[in-house]
Design a protein. Sequence first.
Length: 436
Amino acid sequence: MARQKTIKTAVTVEGRGLFSGVACRLRFSPAQENSGIVFVRDDLDSPSRIPADISKVVPRPRRTTLANGTVAIETVEHVLAAVWGLGIDNLTIEMNAEETPSVDGSPLLFTEALQKAGIVAQDSEVKTYLIEEAVSVSDGDTMLAALPGSSDCLDILYDMDYSDIPNIGRQVFSFRLDADDFAGQLASARTFSLESEARELQARGLGTHLTAGDVLVVGPDGPIDNELRFPDEYVRHKICDLIGDLSLLGSRLRGRLVACKSGHELNQSLIRRLVEHLDLAHASSGATREPVMDIRKIIRLLPHRYPFLMVDRIIELQAEKRAVGIKNVTINEPYFQGHYPGQPIMPGVMILEALAQLSGILLSRRLEHTGKVAVLLSMDRVKMRRPVRPGDQLILEAETLHVRTRTGHCRCRALVNDVIAAEAEIKFMLVDADPA
C-alpha cells in the first residue's frame, strides 16, 4: 500500500512574485492525512483558506491561479509541481501576499525547501485515479490525452514543437511521475518566454523587476544573458507546469499522459474532464454513495432529542468512510437567549457537538450489527475559525480515520459558504450497547 506523505517540520521561503514583483513569505507546514494541499492567505484580517482544487481555478494568462471569492493565490504551478513531484499529499501553505515567491521561474526553490523539511509517510493510503479509458482534450494543434497504462506511476510524454523558432525547435521528453527523480531531472527547469513576449509583459507592468539573467528570455540567438541548464530545458519546464496542474485533481493519476504543445488552459481542461468521469463513476456505483437521510432516519440512529439534536439532514454518505450533513442555524435555537443577547453567536461547543453527532452517524454504519455504540472519548486539534450566526447553514463533514475494536477516530470540519468555521479530530470509545 502506498501511503500518503507530508513534511516533518515547517519551512519558510521568501522571494518576489514572478509577475507582480511583490515580496512574499511562503511557509510550508505539515498537514493531517486526507487534508490535501491548502493555501492560506494569512495577511488578511480574516485568513482565507483555498484548497488546491480544480474547482478553485480562475482564468489567468500564462499561469495557474486559485481563488476563493475575491481572495486569490497567483502563479501556484511551480509550488504545486514541487509538492506533487516529491510525492507530498498533505500540506498547508501559508502566504502573506497574493503571488507565490519566485527566484528563477522554476520549482527549485520550493523543492529544496521541502527536501530540507523532510518528507514522512502517514498511515492513510494514497488517493489514486487509475485511467481505465482514454480521455483527451484539444485546441487547434494542441492536445493532451490520458490513457490506460501503468498502475503504479504516471508515464508522461511531452512533445513540444517550436519549429518556427530555430533555437528552440522541437523537444520531446518523457518522465515517470512517482518513479523518476523529480528533483534531479525537472525541478531546476525554468519558465521561458520569447524576447517579444517579455517586452510585451513588461510594457503591461508585469515582471518589471526581472532581467534576462533572472529567467530564460529567448532571443534570435538563444537565451539572452543566460545559459540553459539542460539542452532540453524548455520541454522539461513544460512537464513541471503539467505536474503542478495535475495536483489540482487531488488524486494521483496512474496510467499515461501524452501531451502535444499543452499549456495551463488545456491541462486544466483535462483535469475537469477526469473529474466528470470520476463523478459519473460514483453516480453509477450503488456502493459508493447511499441515499440521503432526512430527520426521521437520523432520529432512528441518534438518541439525541430537542434541544440537543444538532444534525438536520445527511446529504452524502459514502459507506463507512465519509458523511456530509447540514445544520440549519436559526434564531430559535435556545442557546441564543444567553449567547449572547444582542450579539447571537453559536457556541463553539455546540458546533463540535454537531460534528460529534455526524461522526456517530458515520460510525453507526460500521457498528450496526456489532452490539457496540460510540461514546465520545476525546477531541484533538480543535480550531474555531469563524463565528456562526443565526441564518447560517453549517455544512458538516466527517471522515473516518480508524475504527478498531475499542476505538473510533474521525476527522471533522464545519463550513459556512465554503469557509471553515471549526475543525477537530474526534475519538470515540466503542462500548457495549445497553441491553435494554
